[in-house]
Design a protein around this ligand. Structure first.
Ligand code: HEC
Ligand code: HEC
Ligand code: HEC
Ligand code: HEC
Ligand code: HEC
Length: 220
């Protein structure tokens, strides 16, 4: 039988059909709002945790600073999760027999770290760095929400590319003095003074929104 299509034409056809197919499915998902839905972005979802740790109690009520537990956040790409030892600085004296803290005591005696289920994560192909943001005065609350009101931790922002880009293209309104980054209630402060600070900070730090837009900033 004579060959009507060459082998490469066949491949091209398959690719074309595949792209058409994914295009249609993609359009349906976009059109239906699926791509931006909470189902995909996980905004607002809590996860089951081995210990029901409450930021509301520890930060909101007891006033413990973020950096007491996430002690690498100013100097490293990762904020890091606290070691069991950090919990025990207080819980070797406080709530020592509480059943809810049994996994903490067990972790302390066995040396086996507590396995927290992550809620705030970007895919591996995205480069993120806490120290850079903190040193420029980008506050925790902008990216993680009112953690001090969370009984169980959930993701407050979508962590999608567009969300990162929106700020990288116009960081001014989000900046504050670096020593204020862990304060959760800045949004209640005078918005006019706030705006002025951002404008001056962008100048002082030499932040260039055009450069922050480049793909290689986040995909290396
Ligand atoms: C600086 C002291 C301190 C550290 C560190 C600390 N806690 Fe607590 N924890 C408290 C206090 C105070 C309470 C009582 C909170 C309240 O009711 O306001 C508490 C209460 C709790 C409770 C009881 C339920 C609740 O939320 O009231 C759990 C569970 C708990 N802590 C888990 C942890 C874990 C896990 C760690 C380590 C990641 C940790 N704590 C680190 C001070 C601390
Ligand atoms: C007493 C210790 C403690 C303090 C203080 C604390 N955290 Fe946490 N944080 C934890 C623990 C334990 C977890 C892991 C369990 C969880 O997700 O709730 C955690 C998880 C998180 C997560 C989710 C990480 C992920 O990917 O799952 C974020 C975001 C976070 N903390 C932000 C903050 C911010 C912002 C502050 C200050 C306003 C703060 N934390 C203060 C102990 C603490
Ligand atoms: C510009 C946005 C932004 C700011 C500001 C920010 N974070 Fe994050 N945070 C993220 C992103 C994105 C991740 C997920 C990182 C990943 O998956 O590698 C994350 C992850 C975390 C985690 C999980 C552990 C880790 O290091 O991946 C903790 C805890 C956390 N942040 C705490 C904080 C605290 C505390 C502050 C303020 C001192 C803060 N973050 C400021 C965006 C931010
Ligand atoms: C609310 C504002 C804000 C958000 C949201 C934000 N960033 Fe940034 N980002 C900044 C600022 C400000 C800088 C510092 C720029 C400078 O110093 O030149 C920065 C710097 C960076 C840098 C270092 C750039 C360099 O090479 O100097 C990386 C990487 C980065 N951001 C990744 C991300 C990612 C990934 C996300 C989303 C998950 C994100 N950022 C969300 C404000 C933000
Ligand atoms: C400020 C940080 C940032 C910059 C700059 C950036 N990206 Fe992304 N990109 C992300 C994040 C975060 C994700 C993960 C999105 C998610 O998980 O939904 C992503 C995801 C992607 C994906 C995966 C598919 C998707 O859309 O989810 C592609 C492809 C991509 N980026 C290409 C690019 C290209 C091309 C550029 C330059 C024009 C670029 N990115 C610039 C942060 C960035």
């Amino acid at each position: 039988m004579p060959q009507i299509f060459t082998a490469s034409a066949d491949t091209r056809l398959r690719v074309a059909v595949f792209l058409l197919g994914t295009g249609v499915v993609g359009a349906l998902l976009f059109g239906g709002g699926y791509v931006n839905s909470a189902y995909v972005t996980r905004v607002g979802w809590t996860r089951h945790q081995p210990v029901p740790f409450s930021h509301k109690h520890h930060v909101g009520d007891d006033g413990i600073d973020c950096r007491y537990c996430h002690d690498k956040v100013e100097v490293s790409s990762e904020a890091g999760l606290p070691s069991t030892h950090t919990c025990m600085t207080c819980h070797s004296q406080l709530y020592t027999g509480a059943p809810v803290l049994a996994p903490v005591r067990q972790s302390f005696s066995t040396g086996e770290p507590i396995r927290w289920n992550r809620v705030a994560k970007v895919p591996d192909y995205v480069f993120f760095n806490h120290a850079i943001h903190i040193s420029r005065g980008v506050p925790c609350v902008t990216c993680h929400g009112r953690v001090d009101q969370m009984a169980l931790t959930f993701r407050a922002q979508p962590f999608q590319m567009q969300w990162c880009l929106d700020c990288h293209r116009n960081p001014e309104p989000h900046l504050r003095p670096p020593e204020m980054v862990t304060r959760m209630d800045w949004s209640d402060w005078d918005p006019d003074a706030h705006k002025d600070f951002g404008r001056l900070a962008v100048k002082a730090y030499g932040i260039d929104p055009k450069r922050l837009d480049a793909c290689t900033v986040c995909h290396r």
